[in-house]
Design a protein around this ligand. Structure first.
Ligand code: ZN
Length: 239
């Protein structure tokens, strides 16, 4: 295994990068989904405001119809006054007319109130639309950045996997077997590059005897604590 330190370390570095990219690429769709939800919600706020405006219009039309029908009723009653013979009937009719006049006033006030409400809503819809437009725009920008990142990371991942594939062909199958079986047990980090007399992964001090064996370099030496393969620095790892 010692004869291929450089390739093995490169392989470990590649795999670390691949794990990182994989993790990010799994997070990205969730972040994109959350952004889509927010974009939908912001766009929907305009629809809701528009819905309120159209409801207001419907109610105003109904109220205007009511005004017209009460007016017609008042006209009828006024005409009926001409054919009334007694004072008592006349007074009663006038009272009826007065009641209808009140109803008309109330209905007219209702129309005015609805018109005032509509004015306010028209002002607000402008704000709602503008706010929604700005929010959607900002969210869309955020989304574009994520999409760009996704594309880049997918490209990088493809490239790293290709490099890994090529690198593996350069490594002796027996070395690869040891590397991989150890990789599973060590969370993908089977090698520890020793700079001084400490294990670089578990930071436990390496015994002098083990360091001597390691320097001899004629067999595979494992960290006595974390059981990773110890590899001596300096090794030039090319990117
Ligand atoms: Zn260790």
């Amino acid at each position: 295994m010692n004869n291929q330190n450089e390739e093995l370390i490169k392989l470990q570095e590649l795999e670390k990068q691949i794990v990182k990219l994989d993790k990010r690429l799994r997070e990205l769709p969730l972040q994109l989904k959350a952004l889509d939800d927010r974009i939908f919600e912001r766009a929907h706020s305009v629809e809701q405001a528009q819905q309120s405006i159209s409801e207001n219009q419907q109610r105003r039309l109904a109220q205007e119809k009511k005004v017209e029908s009460v007016k017609a009723e008042i006209q009828n009653k006024k005409r009926e006054l001409n054919s009334i013979k007694t004072n008592k009937e006349y007074t009663a009719k006038l009272a009826e007319i007065e009641i209808q006049e009140k109803r008309k006033e109330e209905a007219e006030e209702g129309v005015i109130q609805l018109l005032l409400d509509a004015d306010k809503m028209q002002e607000t819809i402008g704000e709602v639309k503008e706010r929604s437009r700005l929010d959607v725009e900002a969210l869309q920008k955020e989304k574009d950045l994520f999409l760009q990142e996704k594309g880049e990371k997918e490209g990088q991942l493809k490239e790293l996997n290709q490099r890994k594939k090529e690198l593996r062909t350069l490594i002796d199958p027996e070395n690869l077997r040891i590397y991989e079986s150890l990789s599973k047990k060590t969370g993908g980090v089977p090698l520890s590059v020793v700079t001084r007399d400490f294990c670089a992964e578990c930071f436990v001090k390496i015994r002098p005897q083990v360091m001597m064996d390691l320097r001899k370099g004629d067999k595979v030496i494992y960290c006595e604590n974390c059981h990773r393969v110890l590899i001596l620095e300096p090794v030039k790892v090319q990117e």
